[in-house]
Design a protein around this ligand. Structure first.
Ligand SMILES: Nc1ncnc2c1ncn2[C@@H]1O[C@H](COP(=O)(O)OP(=O)(O)OP(=O)(O)O)[C@@H](O)[C@H]1O
Ligand SMILES: O=C(O)CCCC[C@@H]1SC[C@@H]2NC(=O)N[C@@H]21
Length: 243
């Protein structure tokens, strides 16, 4: 496995994207750091971790997606791969919070940030960034966060978990290339946080409403049944779950 280990860097996603502009980078190259100083989340949020305790890494995935309109397949596959590794580690109550947060026991333990670019020859290059809280114990600034070590009450070997995740990703991407989409979608759907449960939401103009998550569309929108029984789809900018 080609792993680039950095003592510190602002963001492993940014490091890998910059490397791609300078040289050939092998598929599944991993960039990992002990101290990510400006970690980015989705929609401009910040990914904050204590230095030296967690996994913050990015994996290069070349052309995993067969068609540009099927871009959400990779999100599904990465979230499912992470949840499979966590289940092997005996983490209880693993759930996927749409679009791609991983929760354990209702707390966020991992976030995924996938950044895609389309080359002139049609090849899609994806930088798959993963933050996984491993041995951090204190989340005073993040009341909805937790880590593997808080949950299991022991220290874990970060490097072994990193290798397990990348191996699982490789293996699952090979299945995706055989068009085994349904396998991952059904696992994603089974693990979808709050599916089928009435819960409050807020839209992008601050209006609150009750709804029931039905599933996720092929292009990654959340399907919610409203109180009048109609089903509406929302993209990430349009809805927030209040849980
Ligand atoms: N190390 C971390 N562990 C868990 N959560 C974190 C960590 N660092 C940042 N976060 C949270 O993740 C959020 C970014 O994730 P995302 O963009 O998916 O937001 P969200 O899921 O809508 O927010 P929330 O997690 O508050 O429900 C940040 O706003 C912050 O609350
Ligand atoms: O929850 C989210 O919104 C996604 C968080 C993604 C964090 C990871 S850590 C490694 C990679 N580098 C970044 O700057 N972000 C991702």
């Amino acid at each position: 496995m080609n792993i680039i280990k950095l003592d510190a860097t602002p963001s492993t996603n940014d490091f890998l994207k910059a490397l791609l502009t300078k040289q050939f980078v092998e598929n599944f190259t991993v960039v990992t750091t002990e101290n990510q100083t400006s970690g980015r989340g989705q929609m401009g949020s910040v990914w904050e971790v204590e230095s030296g305790k967690n996994l913050t890494f990015s994996v290069l995935v070349k052309d995993s997606l067969l068609e540009i309109h099927a871009i959400f397949h990779l999100n599904v596959l990465v979230a499912v791969s992470l949840s499979e590794v966590l289940e092997q580690l005996k983490i209880p109550y693993v759930a996927i919070k749409w679009p791609n947060d991983i929760l354990a026991d209702n707390k966020k333990i991992s976030g995924i940030l996938i950044e895609n670019s389309l080359k002139s020859d049609g090849e899609i290059i994806s930088v798959v960034g993963i933050g996984l809280n491993v041995n951090q114990k204190n989340f005073d600034n993040l009341p909805k966060a937790s880590s593997l070590s808080v949950i299991l009450n022991r220290e874990l070997d970060k490097d072994a978990i990193l290798v397990a995740i990348v191996e699982r990703l490789k293996c699952n991407i090979a299945l995706l290339q055989n068009k085994e989409y349904d396998l991952f979608w059904s696992k994603y759907s089974q693990k979808l946080f709050k599916k089928g449960v009435p819960m409050p939401f807020e839209d992008n103009v601050g209006v609150r409403f009750m709804g029931i998550i039905q599933g996720v569309t092929a292009n990654g929108k959340l399907e919610v049944m409203l109180e009048d029984d109609s089903v509406k789809t929302f993209d990430i900018k349009e809805i927030q779950m209040l849980y």
